[in-house]
Design a protein around this ligand. Structure first.
Ligand code: NAD
Length: 729
């Protein structure tokens, strides 16, 4: 065997060590599955073997299935008919289920010695073992995360976990894809015992020798699911409540969660073999759904590629930031200081007064204290990070910094002033990154003596929670500066996208269309509740009017005013501008921050739509269908994303999809706005946009790029395929 080593000891216990050559993690690939089948046969048939212990030779136990293999399983092969394809996929997924079934019925006790993270298919293999012992390492993650990428656990997870720990405990874990540390996994009953890592294999062997039971609970006569099957009163409530909650959270947009519910419900009413067939059917159905394909491509494949540096210029040597200077210790600067010190960088946090700079440092204290309370971090880590942050007002302290991040007020003049002052202190090859959210980088770089080292490094708020960083190239930004900025983003473990300069760059610009379309609808007399409910139904995290309130209307108005001034004659007044102006200037309604915006925020009560909205714009006699409202809200964002491609602001499909999902929460089940257009088809998308443009205005008119792509029935993932683009370059 290539992937497994087998050693049989004097007691006849076979120690199977999973250690795939040339990979940092074990995954369920075709070759490892073939070898699992091989050793199961050996364990079952070799009389010298009394039982077996399965462990891993890598730091993690197994990270799950090879998603590339699953992707190719779901792609059409040759000229097979759709029915043949479905049959092939079903048989493939059933065969893995049957493989694990032979493991648990091999007649000899098998123990999983979980030495590190066991996720997805990795955990499913251990669930088919008769006993699970885990090493006592709080970093180990144990769970079935498939639902997070639009899949369901297709290796028996929906059948074995509920039978092991009960439906009430298993269902939320599978639906949310939540991972547990060994202690919690033991508390829920997934893991039987936790021991120090050095005793792991010994304890596993002891169990085989002293207690070894080769029959799974669900194969014993009279087995009952802990807590009862779906017909018992308590468990039936789990499904009633679960369905209601699922509907509320997913708005019916996520088939994976719906199928998981069905697998667990239907599977629990039949013997395990039939349950495994039910699971394989839903798994096959799900693999053919564009939702799961798009989610896997964006949230797994693309996100991993971007995180690993797919957009980094390859001919620049790798660098790392040792000393970081941050200008402005406000909300953003303080957040950047926290994530950077946590990653081990020395941080100089500069503001106009020492009080302001120290307040910025205090922010890190607060986050660490919260983390310590929740057991997520330690006092030692807090002290280590805090020792790295130096609050100051003195530019001299910036000497030796490899990177500066500027996060002062959103004003060109102030930004120009601090740029000049910082540049006097730093080395000529140090990079200067601005965290501006709206001001074009090329213009800001005019204040710099070395515009080739000037770049946009746009964080999202709150910095410690948001995973995206939008890196913006100014006209003169060099590839070296880009590489250094991306190396820094990697150091703080965030996902970068790279875009070219434009007003609002990519994320703020496209996100802006969503919130202003909501106000536009209001101006047309569409019922506010319809707008808000439709927004939530599209899968956006926050409804459009509520989102306006969160961002703050006065801030949005300021940005619009700046745009008006900058664009001069080219600027046109929109209905949305007029409403925001009235809200801010006449009514003093700024949003959540002053307790009144499109919503009222009664103290201690729940927010509710402001009744005065209908005075702002009287209700129309005829209200549109909810589907039309949903379409407008999603299309306007996708269309703006397509325009960003046409204008060369975005050049890589991965940036378009991931930037949208991580940056402003664009409906994740779509795989992002680019995947959305490709799934609808460019022809259909253009037709629909033309119809919307006729009804609602020019802003829905498709750009020329879309029309050309529709004419040749092209897709973005084909035309802007990263590999193709790289080859052409
Ligand atoms: P903030 O008002 O909370 O903080 C700005 C800080 O800069 C203040 O502490 C202020 O004292 C300091 N400052 C002002 N002039 C200075 C000077 N001359 N020298 C040193 N320090 C000075 O603002 P913020 O929300 O942290 O935003 C900072 C920047 O980040 C802005 O450009 C903003 O557009 C951008 N940004 C903000 C967000 C957000 O959600 N707030 C998101 C992305 C980017």
């Amino acid at each position: 065997m290539e992937n497994f080593k087998i050693e049989i000891d004097g007691d006849g216990i076979a120690l199977l060590t999973w250690d795939m050559p040339g990979r940092s993690m074990n995954v369920l690939s075709e070759s490892s599955m073939a070898e699992i089948s091989q050793w199961i046969r050996q364990v079952a048939e070799d009389d010298k073997i009394k039982g077996a212990v399965l462990t891993s030779g890598k730091p993690a136990f197994c990270a799950g299935a090879d998603l590339d293999m699953m992707g190719s399983n779901a792609s059409p092969s040759g000229d097979e008919s759709p029915e043949d394809r479905t049959r092939r996929m079903y048989e493939n997924s059933l065969s893995f289920n049957m493989l694990l079934r032979t493991l648990e019925t091999c007649g000899k006790p098998v123990v999983a010695a979980i030495n590190g993270t066991a996720l997805g298919g990795g955990l499913e293999v251990t669930l088919a073992c008769h006993y699970r012992v885990a090493a006592d390492d709080p970093k180990t993650q144990i769970g079935l995360p498939e639902a997070k990428v639009g899949l369901l656990p297709g290796g028996g997870g929906t059948q074995r976990l509920p039978r092991l720990i009960g439906i009430g405990a298993a269902l939320p874990l599978i639906l949310e894809g939540k991972a547990l540390d060994p202690e919690k996994a033991a508390a829920t009953g997934i893991v039987n015992k936790i021991v120090p890592a050095s005793e792991l294999v010994a304890e596993a062997k002891r169990w085989v020798r002293e207690e070894g039971d080769s029959e799974q609970p669900w194969d014993k006569k009279g087995f009952k699911i802990p807590g009862g099957d779906p017909y018992t009163r308590g468990t039936s409530q789990v499904f009633v409540m679960g369905n209601a909650m699922l509907r509320k959270q997913s708005q019916g947009n996520y088939p994976a969660q719906q199928y998981i519910m069905r697998c667990v419900y239907e599977g629990a009413l039949v013997p395990i073999d039939a349950g495994l067939r039910i699971e394989a059917r839903y798994f096959t159905k799900l693999l053919q759904d564009p939702t799961s394909k798009n989610m896997i491509r964006s949230l797994f494949v693309n996100m991993q590629a971007l995180g690993k540096g797919a957009r980094r210029p390859q001919n620049v040597p790798e660098s790392s930031v040792k000393k970081l200077g941050i200008l402005g210790a406000g909300m953003m600067g303080a957040g950047v200081a926290y994530v950077s010190a946590r990653a081990g960088m020395e941080v100089v946090l500069l503001d106009t007064t020492i009080e302001a700079a120290e307040k910025g440092k205090d922010y890190s204290v607060k986050i660490f204290d919260k983390g310590i309370k929740r057991g997520k971090t330690t006092e030692a880590k807090k002290e280590a990070a805090l020792a790295l942050i130096k609050p100051t007002t003195d530019y001299d302290e910036l000497k030796g910094a490899d990177l500066i991040i500027e996060a002062v007020f959103e004003s060109r003049d102030i930004k120009a002033e601090v740029t000049k002052k910082a540049e006097v202190q730093i080395e000529p090859d140090a990079v200067f990154g601005s965290n501006t959210s709206t001001l074009p980088i090329t213009g800001l770089a005019e204040a710099s003596e070395r515009p080739e080292n000037f770049i946009g490094i746009h964080f999202f708020s709150p910095v410690d929670k948001m995973g995206l960083v939008e890196v913006i190239m100014g006209e003169k930004t060099s590839q070296e500066a880009l590489a250094k900025a991306l190396d820094y983003v990697k150091q703080i473990r965030k996902t970068p996208i790279v875009v070219n300069d434009s007003r609002g760059f990519f994320t703020s610009r496209c996100f802006g269309t969503y919130v202003s379309e909501g106000i536009q609808m209001l101006s047309e007399g569409i019922k506010p509740a319809l707008i808000e409910n439709a927004g939530k139904m599209t899968g956006m995290p926050v409804a459009p009017l509520a989102m306006n309130d969160e961002v703050a209307l006065d801030l949005a108005f300021k940005v619009q005013e700046q745009t008006r001034k900058d664009l001069g004659d080219k600027w046109t007044e929109t209905a949305s501008y007029k409403i925001v102006k009235k809200m801010v200037e006449d009514l003093g309604r700024y949003g959540r921050k002053n307790g009144k915006g499109f919503y009222d925020y009664p103290e201690g009560g729940k927010k509710r739509l402001w009744p005065g909205l209908t005075d702002l714009a009287p209700l129309a006699d005829e209200q549109p269908d909810v589907e039309e409202v949903k379409q407008r809200l999603l299309y306007i964002q996708a269309l703006e994303t397509a325009r960003c491609f046409e204008e060369n602001v975005v050049t890589d499909v991965r940036d378009g999809d991931i930037g949208a999902i991580l940056g402003w929460g664009f409906a994740p089940y779509t795989g992002g706005p680019i995947s959305l257009i490709d799934t609808i088809g460019t022809q259909k998308f253009v037709e629909n946009c033309d119809r919307l443009a006729q009804k609602y205005g020019e802003r829905f008119k498709p750009c020329q790029l879309l029309r050309d792509m529709a004419a040749s029935n092209d897709t973005f993932y084909n035309k802007f395929n990263p590999q193709k683009v790289a080859q052409a370059a």
